[in-house]
Design a protein around this ligand. Structure first.
Ligand code: PHE
Length: 452
């Protein structure tokens, strides 16, 4: 059997894990969710969820992964003292991340196409033109499929290089690059005339816009954005070193993730408001509403508009890649260790499965009729079922598991690195995983299914 990988440095740990968290969830999903749910008030609820549920949830996965140093299914089984039933929670996570990788690769593939199109200057035109461009591209029978599969393949080639040479190296390169691009566009966007309205929309809460669906969406978004409930964090933590401070790492990663989501809002809304575009157009925001926003906004300086457009899609591609790498790794680690296959072969299994899901998701966008489930296109169904059912369910079960089933001495030792760090926070964490996290998720679930 191959030697198990591990991250080489503390910076590598933070950048790789933050790379998993920071993705299209921040730059695509967060802005459109915020736009649809009334701006600042949505963000406040979101922040509350990150603090109350997100950080404890991340810690639980870190503890399970680092303690067991194994793939997700084995890690849960090991932590449960060999009780095989708990392996199922790990398997649920692996299934969830595989489905997410399938539909996520489709959106990531669109970003590749838009990067190329902005380089060639072919996104110039009026609103109707950009709208038709998106519709005809996304419902094309093979073009978006090719891009999606290409994206899975790029991910594959990073993964087969291993934990340190593949994942860690890619994250150390892509994350700083992403940050520089983001800040550049934020500055350009906030300097536009009328940008202040967009900033206000993002930062001034209007509580009349809050309702129960906002809560549910904010919860799903918090889980999705922190990569929680998929065992992704558990798998990455299995490559952490024994002296990594888990509380500090979880807090730093949550801060980076949230900071980048808010910066993404500051990149998009000021530019959108400056040209009078409404931010509530939903998932197509960055593909229909935005392509010509930069061109229009920098109308007096077309070169700037052109360059910013390119940087924007390059940023999306980098953000997506660090996340798809993490989703791929969960399944690859599982197949490598459970089927005792070389990493290379295990990675191909996952690449193949995800490519098939991606192709079907892509075709369900209009190319082929009838690829739908429960009245939703396969693409929307995968997004819904993962973000609003599977992720919260994974986090719920994980929380019950560590709060009530795992030996609490072991939990304490792992949380505090054998009593050497963060000791005074242990009780608060224990309270959160025993009561707050399961209770909040349960409440929202009951509400979602109409019980209360
Ligand atoms: N957190 C990633 C994002 O924000 C998505 C993701 C979900 C990654 C689940 C891994 C696992 O885009």
């Amino acid at each position: 059997m191959e030697k198990r990988g591990s991250f080489g440095t503390r910076l590598g740990i933070i950048l790789a894990t933050a790379g998993s968290a920071v993705g299209l969830g921040n730059v695509w999903r967060f802005p459109f969710m915020t736009g649809q749910n009334g701006g600042a008030s949505f963000i406040l609820v979101y922040l509350l969820f990150v603090l109350l549920l997100g950080i404890p949830g991340m810690l639980s996965e870190f503890i399970i992964g680092r303690h067991s140093q194994a793939n997700a299914a084995r890690a849960y089984g090991h932590m449960a003292g060999g009780k095989r039933l708990w392996r199922l929670v790990g398997m649920l996570g692996i299934l969830t991340s595989t489905v997410i990788l399938g539909f996520y690769a489709v959106v990531a593939g669109w970003c590749l196409q838009y990067l190329l199109a902005s380089l060639m200057g072919s996104l110039n035109g009026d609103v109707a033109y950009v709208h038709d461009y998106f519709i005809s591209f996304s419902s094309h029978p093979w073009k978006p499929c090719v891009w999606a599969v290409l994206f899975v393949l790029i991910t594959h080639f990073v993964i087969v290089r291993g934990v340190q040479k593949g994942i860690e190296r890619a994250s150390k390169l892509l994350m700083p690059l992403l940050f520089v691009l983001l800040v550049t566009i934020v500055v350009a966007s906030c300097l536009l005339p009328g940008a202040i309205d967009g900033i206000e929309f993002l930062l001034k809460p209007d509580f009349t816009k809050l309702n129960h669906s906002t809560l549910l969406e904010a919860l799903g978004q918090a889980f999705f954005s922190l990569s929680l409930g998929t065992c992704c964090l558990c798998t990455y933590a299995s490559y952490f070193s024994r002296d990594t401070n888990l509380l500090k790492s979880a807090t730093q990663i949550a801060l980076i993730d949230t900071g980048i989501a808010i910066l993404a809002g500051l990149m998009i809304f000021p530019a959108a408001f400056s040209v009078g575009v409404k931010p509530d157009s939903g998932p197509s925001l960055i593909f229909i509403t935005l392509p010509n926003v930069f061109q229009q906004a920098f109308g007096a300086m077309p070169v700037v508009g052109y360059v910013i457009g390119i940087l924007f899609y390059a940023l999306l591609v980098f953000a997506a890649l660090t996340s798809t790498i993490s989703m791929h790794e969960i399944g690859t680690a599982f197949f490598t260790e459970e089927l005792r296959q070389p990493r290379r072969r295990a990675a191909w299994v996952l690449t193949l499965v995800c490519s098939v899901i991606a192709v079907f998701c892509s075709l369900s966008m209009g190319a082929v009729d009838g690829i739908s489930l429960f009245g939703l296109s396969l693409m929307d169904f995968c997004d819904y079922i993962t973000a609003q059912v599977m992720l919260p369910l994974g986090a719920f079960l994980t929380s019950l598991f560590v709060g009530w089933f795992v030996d609490q001495k072991l939990l304490f030792d792992e949380f505090t690195n054998q009593g050497t760090v963060s000791v005074s926070f242990f009780r608060a964490y224990q309270f959160a995983v025993r009561f707050i996290v399961p209770f909040c998720i349960l409440l929202i679930f009951l509400h979602q299914f109409g019980v209360i």
